[in-house]
Design a protein around this ligand. Structure first.
Ligand SMILES: *[C@@H]1O[C@H](CO)[C@@H](O)[C@H](O)[C@H]1NC(C)=O
Ligand SMILES: *[C@@H]1O[C@H](CO)[C@@H](O)[C@H](O)[C@H]1NC(C)=O
Length: 236
């Protein structure tokens, strides 16, 4: 009797262990990342970072005080820095365009590639697309993809005006994204270098990322199989 009870206790412990192991692996594979940037969008002065390329016909005074109207389209190459000070450490650029897309109120459609230029993520990009209602305290834009370390990213950006002077603004961007897609799509037999090769730092960091993810995924499966085999020998 005592022996049977012991065996059941051992089996239960093995199952709990297996459950914890799977939970830990799942948490690791989620690949959730939070990044914060300050973006400086300067339209005034002699060295603007955003330039108007299309002027809407006007008429409906969308944002008369800023001289902006429905249809206005600007191309941006805005610096991204670590703090709200434009002279703080440079982290990347936001390159793309935005346009006034509402007939009343200053509501923008923003479409841009957030390029990282420092650290581990140097050369990787995050594709951002969304609606920026400048009258709201916090706007949510979509992360619709990415490249390099952010290949197959999905997520969102919380977009806040940190300060504004006329049409110039500093925005705080909090990017939340998941890159779990890059682990599930890796074929162990496939080459890890990006198609077409290339010699930039961007491509080498991309291949490093892929092989790391593949190794982690393989390690995880070995651990699960070992645990399952050990667990079953205890059960039966
Ligand atoms: C995908 O790549 C990114 C960047 O290297 C990494 O942080 C993330 O953990 C990877 N995802 C997975 C699930 O391995
Ligand atoms: C980022 O990558 C670029 C292009 O490969 C390189 O010129 C630059 O020095 C890198 N910057 C940092 C901070 O690593």
């Amino acid at each position: 009797m005592a022996a049977v009870n012991n065996k059941q206790a051992t089996s239960a412990a093995a199952l709990v262990f297996l459950g914890v192991l799977v939970a830990v692996l799942a948490a690791e594979d989620a690949g959730t990342t939070h990044l914060t940037f300050f973006m400086h969008d300067i339209v005034s002065g002699s060295s603007p970072t955003a330039v108007q390329v299309i002027k809407g016909p006007g008429g409906s005074a969308t944002a008369a005080t800023l001289g902006m109207s429905f249809g206005d389209t600007l191309v941006m190459d805005d610096p991204l820095t670590e703090t709200s000070s434009p002279t703080s450490a440079a982290l990347g650029r936001m390159q793309g365009f935005y346009l006034v897309s509402a007939q009343s109120g200053l509501v923008l459609t923003v479409c841009g590639n957030l390029l990282l230029t420092s650290g581990d993520h140097n050369g990787s990009t995050i594709a951002v697309l969304g609606r920026d209602d400048t009258g709201a305290d916090v706007r949510e834009l979509a992360v619709v993809g990415g490249t390099g370390k952010f290949r197959m990213a999905t997520g969102y950006v919380l977009w806040k005006t940190s300060s504004a002077k006329g049409a110039d603004a500093t925005l705080q961007l909090d990017v939340y994204l998941t890159t779990s897609g890059n682990a599930t799509t890796i074929d162990a037999g496939a080459p890890v270098s990006p198609a077409g090769g290339g010699s930039s730092a961007g491509s080498s960091s991309g291949s490093k990322s892929s092989s790391g993810a593949a190794a982690r995924a393989a390690g995880g499966w070995v651990a699960v199989v070992v645990a399952a085999v050990v667990g079953s020998s205890w059960l039966w």
